[in-house]
Design a protein around this ligand. Structure first.
Ligand code: NOJ
Ligand code: CA
Length: 699
């Protein structure tokens, strides 16, 4: 029914495009003599309207209305360049082209199998107001639930290599909206807890940044297809207006490149409900289709690993008596994974370089030399014989030159050993990525500037070449690259579970995971590493804990989407609670469909998802520190079947603070007409597995 391969997809797209161009090119040629007039483009369902206009001085602007009401007021567009005339004024419209697409494409894996891409496009070419030379193109793609805009700088006389010193794109919000944001340019990269405040309290922020307006609209600003550019942070320029803030190189230049040059898409999601932010695929739609021909080796799945025990300080990454990555310990995890049907075992601390202050000495890491007490080759065989795979680990400590020198060999080694996935890591302060220039001088680069965007891109491409899937910790933010490189599976880029092990008072509070789906996770999947069963770990770290009930840990597998999900706790803690562990064993990580049932940012969220490989449905519902009673309408289920719902809920006396382990597991017969009452304890949740009743019994 849907074109499953790239070629057919591209051909179909091309045809729609040609059909549109044929209709619109004529119109635009005849219109191109009229100049300072505003130029409008509406979304296919006439929900959003974007208006482009040149000011008197030839400065480009845009604004966005929804059903005739302003959402983004007049906002500037353009760039400043070093040593060149800037691309922010003295421009005239040379031509406009209109088009549009309505197609449905298939994700290799994901939270939704089939994605509709439906927009109207307006592309404007701007030339010198005084001459003919082309200066800049701006393309708008307007969907019913948001828009993307991007720039194109064509070659022109004297404009080959360019240096962007500033991007001027503004987002002029119409009021001091409530906003959820994390600060940009801080040492801990993207790992901050979200502030919920009027936008006027924000100064420099990362994207996605999410807003709620007093009219009940939900907005989120981010970017799509960041491949060779600086990340776009935002700074609040004045009042309610944010401006793009491209993360600079160490010398202050924001972006280096040569013409023709295309920027990433600047995106704004605009919807009526918080849930509408989640099932909004604008960012994926604005990325290029899959470039990998053979995707048979790309497999979502679940893993366990030698990991949490280091964070609890039970074992160490470095060598010695506490070394976690020993052959014997890895076999124990592999046996456990095989017994319970996990796909992979992550082993951290397997390679030399961890002894001493590893965070400061990333140049010492070898990505091909195991510690002597870790028999890599025999473990890889041991794993494969049991139907499990080792998951590689490349912690770089931000020493990317050391990593780039070894990356090809390291990935080739993975391929030889049947290691299909690698977790990478870039523990380093936000501005302390070391770069050596051609003259041998050392520079410190930002973690999210163009230098690192290029590095992460290189890692994805090298991994793809060796058929390796990536799980990136301390990543560059996700901008939907997984569509183009579906081996780019998941990443961290927010405070994950580990903050509960060592965060102290900075651990994740109960509302953290009720904010993530509406902020960080709008960018893409997250390797949060849920599933801690020993939430108090009183023996290991008596002053820290996980701020949830046990049932909420299960619900996170559905709520927080990731194609690779970890069962993060120690095998013995799962062995001690076999019944709730059944849910983790059953929950898939690749979905046919996603439905958001309840959503209030920072308070609660309920998501139902259908397994891509069976008729089963799963539901996760979580709350913040307040208990809730929510009614789940099960109309997403197949109306022609009945289901057995296995419900993993908080016990009557559960409370994350005082009684986190209290859990009630029930079985109920349900159908699409059932309204299910969910009772979530303070800091709690509910996880449900819906199994269709075998046809013979379903009446
Ligand atoms: C930080 C990562 O988030 C964590 O998962 C990893 O264990 C350590 N770095 C060491 O690489
Ligand atoms: Ca709250």
């Amino acid at each position: 029914m849907y074109p499953a391969d790239n070629e057919r997809r591209d051909a179909a797209r091309q045809m729609t495009w040609l059909a549109w161009s044929a209709v619109f090119t004529l119109a635009s040629f005849s219109a191109s003599a009229v100049r300072a007039q505003p130029i409008e483009v509406e979304s296919p369902g006439k929900v959003l309207r974007v208006t482009f206009e040149l000011q008197k001085n030839g400065a480009p602007t845009y604004r966005v209305d929804r059903f005739g009401f302003p959402v983004i007021g007049p906002s500037r567009l353009g760039f400043r360049l070093s040593g060149e005339r800037s691309l922010d004024r003295d421009l005239r419209v040379a031509s406009t082209t209109r088009g549009g697409v309505d197609e449905t494409w298939t994700q290799v894996w994901g939270e939704e199998k089939h994605i509709r891409n439906h927009y109207n496009e307006l592309a404007i070419e701007l030339a010198d107001s005084t001459g003919d030379s082309p200066r800049m193109g701006i393309t708008f793609r307007v969907f019913d639930d948001g828009l993307g805009l991007r720039y194109h700088i064509p070659p022109s006389p004297g404009l080959g290599d360019i240096e962007i010193t500033d991007e001027l794109t503004e987002f002029a919000f119409t009021a001091d909206h409530r906003a959820w944001w994390i600060p940009a340019y801080e040492h801990n990269r993207y790992e901050y807890h979200y502030t919920d405040s009027p936008l006027s309290r924000a100064t420099k922020v990362h994207t996605p940044i999410t807003f709620e307006t007093s009219d009940g609209l939900y907005l989120s600003v981010h970017e799509a297809a960041l491949t060779d550019f600086a990340s776009m942070a935002l700074w609040r320029k004045e009042g309610n207006t944010f401006e793009a803030d491209l993360v600079p190189w160490s010398d202050g230049i924001r972006v280096r490149g040569s013409t023709p040059m295309t920027s990433p898409w600047r995106t704004v999601q605009i919807v009526d409900t918080p849930g509408g932010l989640i099932d909004n695929y604008l960012i994926l739609n604005l990325n290029e289709p899959n470039r990998l021909e053979d995707v048979s080796w790309i497999k979502p799945g679940k893993y366990v690993g030698i990991w949490w025990e280091m964070h609890l300080d039970v074992s160490s990454w470095g060598s010695g008596v506490k070394h976690g990555a020993t052959t014997a310990n890895t076999r124990r995890y592999l046996d456990f994974a095989a017994e319970h049907g996990f796909d992979g075992v992550l082993v951290e601390g397997w390679n030399v370089g961890w002894d001493g202050d590893w965070g400061a000495n990333g140049e010492l890491f070898s990505f091909t030399t195991p510690y002597p007490d870790y028999d890599l080759a025999s473990l890889a065989d041991y794993a494969r014989e049991r139907g499990v795979r080792l998951i590689g680990h490349h912690e770089t400590s931000g020493a990317v030159e050391n990593y780039e020198r070894q990356m090809d060999d390291a990935m080739a080694l993975c391929r030889r050993l049947g290691i299909r996935a690698v977790k990478t890591g870039y523990v380093a302060h936000g501005r302390e990525i070391q770069r050596t220039d051609g003259a041998g001088r050392r520079h410190k680069e930002w973690h999210h500037g163009q230098y690192m965007v290029r590095h992460y891109r290189k890692a994805v491409e090298t991994a793809a070449k060796h058929q390796v899937m990536l799980d990136v910790h301390e990543p560059i933010k996700d901008t939907g690259i997984r569509r183009t490189y579906p081996n780019m599976m998941t990443r961290e880029g927010a405070c994950g579970q580990e903050f509960n092990a060592w965060g102290g008072s900075n651990r994740n509070q109960p509302d953290h995971t009720t904010i993530l789906p509406f902020t960080r996770m709008l960018a893409g999947p997250m390797d949060f590493t849920p599933g801690i069963f020993d939430v108090l770990f009183e023996k290991a770290r008596p002053h820290n804990r996980v701020s949830t009930t046990l049932a909420k840990q299960l619900a996170l597998y559905v709520v927080l989407y990731s194609p690779l999900h970890m069962a993060a706790d120690l095998p013995q803690n799962y062995a001690a609670r076999p019944k709730p562990f059944e849910f983790i064993k059953a929950v898939p990580t690749d979905w046919e469909e996603t439905e958001v049932l309840h959503a209030r940012i920072g308070d609660y969220v309920t998501i139902a998802r259908k397994d891509r490989n069976s008729e089963d449905w799963f539901l996760g519902s979580i709350t913040d520190e307040h208990g809730r009673v929510l009614t789940a309408d099960l109309s997403f289920l197949d109306p022609n079947r009945t289901y057995t719902a296995v419900i993993y809920g908080d016990g009557q006396d559960a409370d994350w603070k005082t009684n986190p382990y209290s859990m009630k597991i029930e079985r109920k017969s349900v159908s699409a007409t059932t309204k299910l009452r969910l009772r979530l304890a303070p800091g709690g949740g509910t996880a449900i597995h819906f199994n269709p009743t075998p046809a013979a019994n379903s009446g």
